[in-house]
Design a protein around this ligand. Structure first.
Ligand code: GLU
Length: 474
C-alpha cells in the first residue's frame, strides 16, 4: 500500500497484551506504534487484556501493566479501566460472547469436535517429523460422522473444537510491513479454536475481539506472522471484517537473540525506577525500527504527527542502551526548570539548601541522566569530600606554593570565581588545564563535571576553604 493510502485511513488500533509479566521495551514498542498510528490518523486506540491464560495471568500483573502504559502516556479511549462501547475489555469477561461464533462455525460445517488426546497428537507429530514432514493435525476427527461425534460428546468425552481449513486453495495475506505473502491452505492444518476445557484458543478470541471491537489495524510482533492466515480464514468463514495486519520486526538484544530479560530487556518498571523519563523512552522506541524524517527530539504531538507505518523497516532492530541514554540526555535537557525540580525533588531534599536549588540545578543539569546523578552532585557539593589517596597525591604534587596562592586568591575574591582564577593565573603563571584541572580536582574530587564557575556558585564557603586547604581527610 502506498503512503498516500495510509494517510487517508482512519485507524482503530489496539494493544492486546497478556498480563503474564511486566511489560518490557519490546512489548511497549508495539503499543507505541499502534498508539501513534491511531492518533496520527485521528482514530481510536483500544486496550484489551488477553487474560485467558489463567495459570500465567494475574490481576496484579494486569494492574501493573496499565500503570506502566499510563506512565508512558499511551492513553487509550477504551479499555478495562475506562469501559467503552465494546466492553468488556478483558477477555475472561467476554467468554459468553464467543459462543455464537463457535455455533455458527459448527452449523456451517466449518468447525468440528476433536477427541484426539494430547498423546495422540504427540504421536502424530513425532511420526510426521520422522518422515520429514512439517507437523500439523492430519484431520482424524474431521471425518467423524456427526451422529457419532454427538454421541461421544453426550457421553462426556472431552473434545476441543477445530476449524476445518479448506483442503485446496491459496490464501493471500497482505501485511503493511512485509507486503503480501501466500499460503497454501493444504499446509495449514486444522487448528483448535476452543480447548477441551472450554477456553478459547488465542487465534480465535483475538480475531473475534478485533472484529467485534471494530479494530481495523493490528500491529503486533513478527512472532505472530504465522497466526495471521488462520485468523483471516476464521474471520472470512464468519463473515466478519478482516483488519489490516502489520508485523513488527523483532528487537534483538546484544547477543543477536530476540530481546528478553536475559539479554538486556529491562521492564518498564525497572526503567522507571532507574529514572528514565517516559518521553525519552518514547523517543528511543519511536526510532527503533522506524525512521522519522530526521533524528531529533520530538514531543508527543510531533511523535504523532511524524509517525508513518510506511517508515517501519523490515530489518530487525537492535536494542542499544547507549542510544537509550542519548535520548534520556536530550529529555533531561528539554525539561523546564520547574519540571527538573519536580523530577529531582525527592532525591535532593535535605541535601540542597532551598535558596541554592535553582543555581544548583542550572549548574548540574547538563551533567546528569538520572536523579541519582543529581543526588551524587548534591552530596559532592554540600557534604565533606572524602578523596581517594591517589587523588590526594595528585593534589599534593601540584606543590604547596600553588595551593597557598589559590587560598590567597580565594580570600581576595571569595565571591567571584573569574577574578579569583585570573589572579591565580597571574601569580602562578599557569593557564588552561594546568590551572583549572587541580582546582576542579580539589573542589569536586573529580576530573570532569559541570562548568566549574557554575559549581562554584553552589559550593558553601566553608567547603571551598577546606578543599583549597587540602584538608583532605575531613
Ligand atoms: N495477547 C497477544 C500477545 O500478547 C496479542 C497478539 C496481538 O496483538 O494480536 O502476544
Amino acid at each position: 500500500m502506498s503512503g498516500a493510502y495510509h494517510s487517508m485511513m482512519i485507524y482503530s488500533s489496539r494493544f492486546a497484551p497478556s498480563p503474564t509479566g511486566r511489560v518490557h521495551l519490546g512489548n511497549v514498542r508495539t503499543a507505541l506504534f499502534a498508539y501513534l498510528a491511531a492518533r496520527q490518523s485521528g482514530g481510536r486506540f483500544v486496550l484489551r487484556l488477553e487474560d485467558t491464560d489463567l495459570e500465567r495471568s494475574s490481576p496484579a500483573l494486569a494492574d501493573a501493566l496499565l500503570e506502566d502504559l499510563h506512565w508512558l502516556g499511551l492513553d487509550w479511549e477504551e479499555g478495562p479501566d475506562r469501559g467503552g462501547p465494546f466492553a468488556p475489555y478483558r477477555q475472561m469477561e467476554r467468554l459468553p460472547l464467543y459462543e455464537p461464533y463457535y455455533q455458527q462455525l459448527l452449523a456451517t460445517g466449518q468447525a468440528y469436535p476433536c477427541f484426539c488426546t494430547t498423546e495422540d497428537l504427540h504421536r502424530e507429530r513425532e511420526l510426521q517429523r520422522a518422515n520429514g514432514q512439517a507437523p500439523r493435525y492430519a484431520g482424524r476427527c474431521r471425518g467423524l460422522p456427526t451422529a457419532l461425534a454427538q454421541e461421544r460428546l453426550a457421553r462426556g468425552e472431552p473434545a476441543s473444537l477445530r476449524f476445518a481449513v479448506p483442503h485446496q486453495g491459496t490464501l493471500r495475506v497482505p501485511d503493511l510491513i512485509w507486503g503480501e505473502r501466500s499460503y497454501q491452505l493444504g499446509d495449514l492444518g486444522d487448528f483448535v479454536i476452543r480447548r477441551s476445557d472450554g477456553s478459547p484458543a488465542f487465534f480465535f478470541a483475538n480475531a473475534i475481539d478485533d472484529a467485534l471491537m471494530e479494530i481495523n489495524l493490528v500491529l503486533r510482533g513478527e512472532d505472530h506472522l504465522t497466526n495471521t492466515p488462520r485468523q483471516i480464514l476464521l474471520l472470512q468463514a464468519l463473515g466478519l471484517p478482516v483488519p489490516s495486519y502489520g508485523h513488527l520486526p523483532l528487537i534483538l538484544g546484544n547477543d543477536s537473540q530476540p530481546l528478553s530479560k536475559r539479554n538486556g530487556a529491562a521492564s518498564i518498571q525497572e526503567l522507571r525506577e532507574q529514572g528514565y523519563l517516559p518521553e525519552a523512552l518514547c523517543n528511543y522506541l519511536g526510532n527503533l525500527g522506524h525512521h522519522f524524517p530526521s533524528e531529533e527530539w520530538r514531543d508527543r504531538s510531533r511523535l504523532v504527527q511524524d509517525f508513518s507505518l510506511a517508515h517501519v523497516g523490515r530489518a530487525p532492530a537492535r536494542f542499544d542502551p547507549e542510544q537509550l541514554r542519548h535520548w534520556q540526555a536530550l529529555g533531561v535537557q528539554r525539561l523546564s526548570l520547574s519540571e527538573l525540580q519536580d523530577w529531582l525533588q525527592a532525591s535532593l531534599s535535605g541535601l540542597v539548601p532551598s535558596d541554592h536549588l535553582t543555581k544548583f540545578l542550572q549548574a548540574i543539569r547538563g551533567n546528569i541522566l538520572f536523579p541519582r546523578d543529581a543526588q551524587e552532585w548534591a552530596i559532592r557539593c554540600y557534604q565533606p569530600l572524602q578523596l581517594p589517596p591517589t587523588v590526594q597525591q595528585e593534589l599534593l604534587a601540584e606543590g604547596t606554593a600553588f595551593w597557598a596562592m589559590a587560598r590567597q586568591a580565594y580570600e581576595e575574591h571569595p565571591e567571584d570565581f573569574r577574578s579569583l582564577t585570573r589572579q591565580l593565573a597571574l601569580r602562578s603563571g599557569r593557564k588552561g588545564k594546568a590551572l583549572f584541572h587541580p582546582l576542579r580536582l580539589a573542589l569536586t574530587g573529580l576530573e570532569h563535571g559541570p562548568e566549574l564557575a557554575a559549581l562554584w556558585e553552589c559550593l558553601p564557603p566553608a567547603m571551598v576553604k577546606q578543599r583549597l586547604s587540602l584538608d583532605l581527610n575531613s
